[in-house]
Design a protein around this ligand. Sequence first.
Ligand code: SF4
Length: 310
Amino acid sequence: MYKYIFGPVPSRRLGVSLGVDLVMSKTCNLNCIYCECGSTTKFYNMRDSYIDINKLVEELKDVLQNLTPDYITFSGSGEPTLNKDLGTIIKKVRKIYSGKIAVITNSSLLNDLDVRESLEEADLIIPSLDAVSEDIFKRMNRPIEGLSIKNILEGMTKFLSTTKKDVYLEIFIVEGINDSVEELENFVEYLKDKKITTIQLNTLARPGAIKEIKPASIKRLSEIREYFISSGLKSVEIIKKYTSREELPKYSDKLEELILNMLNKRKYSIDEMVELLQRNEIELFKYFNILQKEGKIKIVVENDQIYIKS
Ligand code: SF4
């Protein structure tokens, strides 16, 4: 049983991703209403050495003997940039691993130069931004005292104007809270001149810290995407998993039947499925997610590859 490593996790965005937790569960400076790790129990805003780096490196060496993930991803059950050794850790990981490194961050510490420099050691940064106005930030992210969206936006602006790395900016939508006309206009106003690889709209997949909140529908996410694109933002995608056939426009029963039929005989890798069914990975994953939710198929990692099996 590893202390700092979790996964590997099959993911459409990152392929085979091995997760690394850089803080103790659940250490964060936010307490987001949608957090799938539950409420924040260690509400800290101070950067510290939360883990034993040598032990982490040993654990990674051990896992990497049998696995070559597409990404090592620093995320987990807290905010990774709270670990003040982030840059050092990424450099150490590079010595034993030649694949890509991603960091998923809540963006709260981007105003800190050391955090920005540490992130520059990674290949891909996935920062989140769920609000642009202060009151909505407080409702969505319930920050630790003293943390303001003004400060986060300042940091985000510095980061986006200097980074040379890929940035997938994630906006988590909770209907009725951060999807008002005014707040969407605020997002456009802030993001319109920023250099971002892609903006990703996400919503709840599992119950959040506040049980009452509901995932945004695909219809609402599509409306927001269209509004962003028509307002001049480029590359906006929805990453919410499709969980029902009704949500998927032009759902093909025939394709579903073909997928199930193939998997009846044997398991297939994603690449094989793409080639045989002549559909792209994004489209196929929509079907896989629905069928997986219904318990008809499994998405697994075996021998460094993502396989689909019944
Ligand atoms: S920033 Fe991430 S870990 Fe922290 S409360 Fe929000 S969702 Fe959870």
